[in-house]
Each structure stands twice: as structure tokens, then as C-alpha cells.
Ligand binder design. Structure first.
Ligand SMILES: N[C@@H](CCC(=O)N[C@@H](CSCO)C(=O)NCC(=O)O)C(=O)O
Ligand SMILES: [Zn+2]
Ligand SMILES: [Zn+2]
Length: 193
């Protein structure tokens, strides 16, 4: 066995199983046994990806998190809001985590001039519903070194990601990097639409 673990939910290569194009959201639940924090999401997720950064929440046995975005006006806290706190008030993405189990329930950008303003970051694996969009690429792959992965394992991991159909990028996907540059070019008056 020369396989490396990416995330328990995608290691079996079955990440495509449940995506449903008519799916329009569900509930995210924290991992507490009692008094679970619940967040309602009334939208399908977009840009679902594996993220290797050190800031996104992931289960203990995962090398990557699984994270996607939804419109912020489709996200509401439905149970036990009082258990939530912001992990880092100074981070670009303010991640709201459960004080008791540590799970990040959603991440929000408050800077109105950021290209991703209006989108909240969520972990669809916290939802008992199935039908969420599948994981489509891997971002911030080199960052797993900052999380403790030995550098000599990087080519094995990038190869495994490709084998799983998840193109590895060391920042975001080309599509999302284009969104960032289009936003910057518009702001600078280089392009108009
Ligand atoms: N090497 C750093 C990278 C952290 C980072 O920039 N993460 C990205 C992606 S998170 C979701 O895809 C980011 O946008 N972060 C903003 C923030 O976290 O506020 C590391 O690994 O820590
Ligand atoms: Zn909890
Ligand atoms: Zn991340």
C-alpha cells in the first residue's frame, strides 16, 4: 500500500457519488453530542475543494479540509448560536467555531472590497443531507508542509490527488484566481465589465 490519506471522505475515490444538481441546501451540525450548533444553508455549494491550508477545519485524521462557498444571505444560525466564537478576528475569513467541539461552522468575509465578499465558506461534511456538490480540485497543496506533512511526501500526495481527479494547485484554481484578477483589474479601471 503506497496510498496516502487525503481526507476520509475522498480516499475511497467515491467523491462523485451523491452530487445532485437539484439539491438546494441543508443543515450543518457541529460534532457535540448534545446541544449541537446548527447552521441552515439554503443553497447548493460551489467551488467545493480540498484545502491544504492550516486555517481551515478538518477532521483529526485528514491531511486536507473539504471546503466550499455559498451566498452569505443563504446562511443562518438556527441552533445554539451562543456556542459560536470567531477563531481569529483579524483573519480575512472570520471562522465561526463551536467553543465545545472546535468545529468551524462557517467562515465569513467582512471586507466589502474583497473579491469573495458575499460568499461564506462551509464544510458540507457537517451535513446529514446528501446531494452537495462534489470536491473538484485541491488548493493550497504546498501548505500541508506547514501543517506537518514531511516535504518528501509531496510528490506522492500530488500524484494521489491527480489519481482522485483533484488537480493540485498551490493557491486556488485558475477559475478562482481569474475571479481575483478580474476584480483587481476592474478596480484599477483596466477592464470595464
Ligand atoms: N500557507 C497558509 C495559507 C493560508 C491561506 O491563505 N488560506 C486561504 C485559503 S482558505 C480556503 O480555501 C485563505 O484564503 N485564507 C484566508 C484566511 O484564512 O483568512 C497556511 O497554510 O496557513
Ligand atoms: Zn460543538
Ligand atoms: Zn483553507
Amino acid at each position: 500500500m503506497n496510498q496516502v490519506s487525503i481526507h476520509p471522505l475522498i480516499d475511497d475515490g467515491n467523491n462523485t457519488a451523491s452530487e445532485n444538481h437539484d439539491f438546494c441546501g441543508g443543515v450543518l451540525q457541529c460534532l457535540c453530542t448534545n446541544n449541537k450548533v446548527e447552521v441552515s444553508v439554503n443553497s447548493q455549494s460551489s467551488h467545493n475543494h480540498a484545502c491544504g491550508c492550516t486555517k481551515c477545519w478538518k477532521p483529526a485524521d485528514a491531511t486536507f479540509s473539504i471546503i466550499s462557498v455559498v451566498p452569505r444571505d443563504k446562511v443562518s444560525i438556527s441552533k445554539h448560536q451562543g456556542k459560536l466564537h470567531i477563531v481569529d478576528e483579524y483573519a480575512l475569513i472570520q471562522r465561526y467555531a463551536c467553543r465545545d467541539c472546535g468545529v468551524h461552522m462557517f467562515g465569513r468575509i467582512e471586507n466589502k472590497s474583497h473579491p469573495f465578499y458575499g460568499l461564506d465558506f462551509i464544510h458540507t461534511e457537517l451535513s446529514p443531507q446528501s446531494g452537495w456538490s462534489k470536491v473538484k480540485f485541491a488548493a493550497f497543496v504546498s501548505s500541508i508542509i506547514e501543517g506537518g506533512t514531511p516535504p518528501h511526501k509531496m510528490s506522492l500526495i500530488r500524484n494521489r490527488l491527480r489519481e482522485l481527479g483533484l488537480e493540485p494547485y498551490d493557491c486556488l484554481s485558475p477559475e478562482l484566481m481569474d475571479v481575483i484578477s478580474i476584480h483587481a483589474a476592474k478596480k484599477a479601471g483596466i477592464i470595464t465589465e
